[in-house]
Design a protein around this ligand. Structure first.
Ligand code: FAD
Length: 405
């Protein structure tokens, strides 16, 4: 028996190993990851870790002893370079080949590069790994003015940290609002207001044409000629799925490794989970989605582990996500985009509000700001397929919890 080989020791890869053991799988499990060290969680990298509220040990998904106890072999610092599907072998950069009965691709994603001159200057950072966070943390301690390119989740979380630390920060975004692809305009407006109150400056509808050095960055150049002075720049313009291994092996790739409702590729011996997988989702009317969240990585891993342990079931888990930005705790249940109607529950002035998003008359998702009870109810509503009318959702007197139970 060759057992199960996993490429990637991130959130999804780790969970796959853990869930295989929870499901009673007794065969060999090997996780190959190109980062050093044991699996760790990324969310604190843009939050507590930068604030010094947790350290590298606090990021660990499990203590060292767990892996030996559960017979999970971690091959850290090793890169997988090819899949020999005919022979069922994974080839490593070292030249070694690992034979598998089943291969799980949990290769995650990488930062989208900023395609302008100066993007590689000293002082220009990205944030994906612990090593990135260490470099960014050291740079922030010295920074006098920060520019963030991209008003996505990572950019906004970092902007909130800068504001908390009293460092002037400007967020430059090509679209007309923050989180334009991720949240409703109503929620984006609330989030923008809170960041502005904390001291963050936004420049919307601006394209970055270059980063100005000569050696270290000193400013961000905008397309219309204006410059934003900054000695630290964080680029957060989205991520790209790590699907090259799958593509080179002749597997279908469609904005990520294309899998079916069971998270299997067209090769019955290969599955894909987490950020790298493109999945037909019942929460998007069967359309393919590629979700970048801890929940998606964890639930996808659980789904594949159960199948490999003999209990196959389709991947139907309700997607959910959170982002902490200074005083804001944003939680999203379901897939809100696109939606054709949105209603608010709660008073925006109170700082605690949810936006219920509807698609073709049915609840598609709920965005909650500092309103965790709504988030939990929304997950339950979406799981059970119960959809309050927009009027009910907007009515503070309507008992949503009773509908969800
Ligand atoms: P990853 O965690 O990226 O792991 C993939 C691993 O595979 C990586 O270590 C990669 O180096 C490795 N790998 C890739 N190719 C190879 C290869 N060929 N050989 C060997 N190894 C390889 N999500 C939330 O829900 N809430 C949050 O608040 C949140 N905050 C975040 C903050 C930051 C700074 C970041 C970066 C992400 C955040 N996320 C958050 C997203 C979440 O962390 C990801 O969705 C999750 O980590 C995806 O897990 P994964 O295992 O699919 O990918």
């Amino acid at each position: 028996m060759n057992g199960i080989v996993v490429v990637g020791t991130g959130q999804a890869g780790f969970q796959l190993g853990a869930s295989l053991r929870e499901n009673g799988y007794a065969g060999p499990v090997t996780l190959v990851g190109d980062e050093p060290g044991l699996p760790y969680g990324r969310p604190p990298l843009s939050k507590a870790y930068l604030l010094g509220k947790t350290d590298a040990a606090g990021l660990a998904l499990r203590p060292d002893a767990y892996f030996a106890e559960h017979r999970l072999t971690i091959r850290a610092g090793e890169r997988a370079v090819a899949i020999d599907r005919a022979a069922r072998r994974l080839l490593l950069a070292s030249g070694e080949a690992l034979a598998y009965d089943h291969l799980v691709l949990a290769t995650g994603s990488r930062n989208r590069p900023l395609p302008v001159p100066g993007a590689d200057l000293a002082g220009v950072h990205q944030l994906r790994t612990l090593a990135d966070a260490d470099a960014l943390k050291a740079a922030l301690a010295e920074a006098r003015a920060v520019a963030v390119v991209g008003a996505g989740f990572i950019g906004l979380e970092f902007a909130a940290i800068c504001a908390q630390k009293g460092c002037p920060v400007t967020v430059i975004e090509g679209l007309d609002r923050p989180l334009a692809r991720s949240v409703s305009p109503a929620m984006a407006a609330l989030i923008e207001t809170s960041h502005v109150r904390a001291g963050t400056r936004f420049l919307f509808g601006r394209a970055v044409s270059g980063l100005i050095g000569p050696d270290r960055v000193r400013a961000v150049a905008l397309a219309e000629g204006h410059e934003v002075a900054a000695d630290l720049v964080l680029v957060g313009i989205g991520i790209l799925p790590n699907d090259d291994l799958a593509r080179a092996a002749g597997l279908r790739v469609e904005n990520g490794v294309a899998v079916d409702a069971m998270l299997a590729t067209e090769d019955a011996a290969i599955s894909a989970i987490g950020d790298c997988a493109s999945v037909p989702s019942p929460h998007a009317g069967g359309a393919r989605v590629r979700i970048e969240s801890v929940q998606n990585a964890v639930d996808g891993a659980r789904c594949v582990a159960a199948r490999l342990a003999g209990r196959p079931a389709a991947f139907t888990a309700v997607p959910w996500f959170w982002s902490d930005q200074g005083p804001l705790k944003l939680q999203i249940a379901g897939l809100c985009q696109p939606h054709d109607r949105a209603v608010r529950r709660g008073d925006p002035e109170s700082g605690s509000v949810s936006v219920f998003c509807y698609r073709a008359g049915r609840l598609a998702g709920v965005e909650s700001l500092n309103r965790p009870a709504d988030h939990m109810i929304a997950r339950r509503l979406l799981q059970t397929g119960r959809s309050p009318t927009p009027e009910q959702a907007a009515d503070p007197g309507f008992d949503l919890k009773a509908l969800a139970l």
